[in-house]
Ligand binder design. Structure first.
Ligand SMILES: Cc1cc2nc3c(=O)[nH]c(=O)nc-3n(C[C@H](O)[C@H](O)[C@H](O)COP(=O)(O)O)c2cc1C
Length: 140
């Protein structure tokens, strides 16, 4: 895998406002497989309680293009960036966007996600796999 450094690491949370999550998830997964490998983008998409948390890492230009597409996607609203910073290493090694889904219920308040991020960053250097572990734990 080629690495053009520095990479950009973005973590955001957004609400799902589509109508058919199964169909949308399948479509998102296909789009990710179509576009992310050529953009050298890796990461994970978590869906839980009507809310997405996505962690993406990759070259700056490819991440900017993906963010433009995502922010125009009508299936999500109330976008909030939790983290946007350079990283000097890629921590997700597979090109396939990891997709994780748990049960449906109440949304996790963004303030809680913010608080966890701040606590995490006080102890650890930000990387994608750390966030994936963290959010998987919070959202279960
Ligand atoms: C929460 C969420 C995450 C997404 N993640 C990706 C992604 O990682 N890569 C991608 O290409 N498209 C992703 N999409 C889909 C894009 O918004 C867009 O629909 C798609 O890239 C368009 O591809 P197409 O023109 O080939 O159909 C995501 C959409 C949502 C709602």
């Amino acid at each position: 895998m080629t690495h053009r450094l520095p990479l950009r690491l973005v973590v955001y949370v957004a609400n799902y406002v589509g109508r058919d999550i199964d169909a949308d998830m399948a479509q998102i997964e296909q789009a990710s497989h179509r576009h992310n490998p050529s953009g050298q983008i890796t990461g994970a998409l978590l869906f839980d309680r009507g809310q997405f948390v996505q962690v993406i890492e990759g070259p700056h230009d490819a991440i900017s293009l993906l963010l433009d597409r995502l922010q125009r996607d009508p299936r999500i609203s109330e976008w909030q960036t939790l983290l946007d910073q350079d990283t000097d290493h890629r921590s997700c090694e597979s090109w396939a966007m990891r997709i994780l889904r748990t049960d449906n219920g109440e949304r996790v308040p963004v303030a809680i996600l913010d608080a966890f991020r701040d606590k995490y960053l006080r102890t650890f250097k930000a990387d994608a796999s750390g966030f994936i572990e963290l959010f998987t734990a919070i959202m279960q």
